[in-house]
Design a protein around this ligand. Structure first.
Ligand SMILES: NC(=O)c1ccc[n+]([C@@H]2O[C@H](COP(=O)([O-])OP(=O)(O)OC[C@H]3O[C@@H](n4cnc5c(N)ncnc54)[C@H](OP(=O)(O)O)[C@@H]3O)[C@@H](O)[C@H]2O)c1
Length: 308
């Protein structure tokens, strides 16, 4: 499914794509809008968001993109963004939790949560949860979480040896603020763990909505030449950055995987799966552990629902 050749959407559906200012987010937003979907996206900065909206409107010849301003690392902003969306729209057909980030050090959000966890898992979880009524109202909504194969191999330089799935042990963890603690902190592993939690909770959403017509899948888009790669490349390889970028997928190629999951007629009803690009793949063993899934769900829900 090429981003440029998405078939026209005859139903004029509504999509919510987080991180429209980023490499793949821009491609996903533009491709869906070009197909006739009304796309709501997010930007941390109002002016950048409006510049994006105007640029896409000019490119596709229609003003189909709406930009909400907010920081996805903030629980208060997540609740406000969801409220703004639900005030303006009565249903949500396609939700792409695309925004993500990697940080070089351990940062805490204003809510006291480790930042990788906040942006790469809790943001998508909270939006999906808060938009549940609108997803169910659509009848056949699709949710896609953009995750990362780093969860299956969290070695920063995976040249030798066997893949090492990121460790995850939630036994005894009673608060999301205790995930990715300072003790033994490794940024790349913290990022991978957040993506693993997004995948696990996606399986739980899929199970809960199996009979309601809402599908939830996760996808690793490939290694794609976008801004996040600069943060992910180990410092030792920094001098080779431009060489590395030239060998990666383009944002258009990377975006195809998420676009396929939200638009392909052949994937109607397919739910609770994890894909590496367009290939269905098994996620780390721990993601299928019922106790871990129950704990991940409980911690995430408690955080999402806490009074803001
Ligand atoms: N590129 C890869 O190789 C690769 C591989 C596996 C998975 N992924 C995943 O693919 C997704 C898309 O990333 P990308 O490659 O397109 O990277 P990108 O160009 O860096 O885009 C990331 C997007 O997330 C937004 N974002 C980050 N932190 C945010 C926050 N606190 N609040 C609101 N928005 C925030 C960014 O907004 P700003 O424009 O304001 O920064 C940007 O729009 C991410 O989930 C990433 O983890 C990427």
């Amino acid at each position: 499914m090429s981003a440029a050749r998405l078939p026209a959407d005859p139903h004029h559906r509504t999509a919510f794509v987080t991180g429209g200012t980023g490499g793949m987010g821009q491609v996903i937003t533009t491709a869906l809008a070009r197909a006739g979907v009304h796309v709501v996206t997010t930007s941390r900065d109002h002016d950048r968001g409006q510049t994006l909206r105007r640029r896409i409107a000019q490119e596709i010849g229609a003003d189909l993109v709406e930009v909400l301003t907010g920081d996805l690392a903030s629980r208060a902003d997540l609740h406000r963004l969801a409220a703004e969306f639900t005030a303006r729209h009565d249903r949500l057909h396609l939700l792409v939790n695309n925004a993500g980030a990697h940080y070089r050090e351990r940062l805490l959000t204003a809510d006291g949560v480790e930042a990788h966890l906040a942006v790469n898992h809790l943001a998508g979880f909270t939006l999906t949860h808060l938009l549940e009524g609108h997803l169910l109202a659509a009848g056949d909504a699709r949710v896609v979480n953009v995750v990362s194969a780093t969860m299956s191999d969290a070695r920063p330089v995976p040249l030798f040896g066997r893949p090492r799935p990121v460790p995850l042990d939630l036994s005894g963890v009673t608060d999301a603020r205790d995930i990715n603690p300072a003790d033994g902190y490794v940024p790349f592993a913290a990022y991978a763990r957040a993506k693993l939690l997004a995948t696990i909770c996606g399986y739980e959403f899929a199970e809960r909505w199996r009979d309601a017509g809402v599908t939830v899948n996760a996808v690793h888009p490939g290694i794609v030449s976008t801004g996040i790669v600069n943060d992910l490349v180990p410092a030792v390889l920094a001098p080779f950055r431009s060489f590395i970028h030239r060998r990666l997928l383009t944002p258009e190629q990377g975006a195809e995987a998420a676009l396929r999951l939200v638009t392909s007629p052949g994937l109607a009803g397919v739910t609770g799966r994890y894909y590496v690009r367009d290939r269905e793949t098994r996620s780390p063993d721990i993601s299928y552990d019922p106790a871990t899934r129950a704990a991940a769900w409980k911690l995430s829900l408690a955080w999402a629902d806490a009074v803001v």
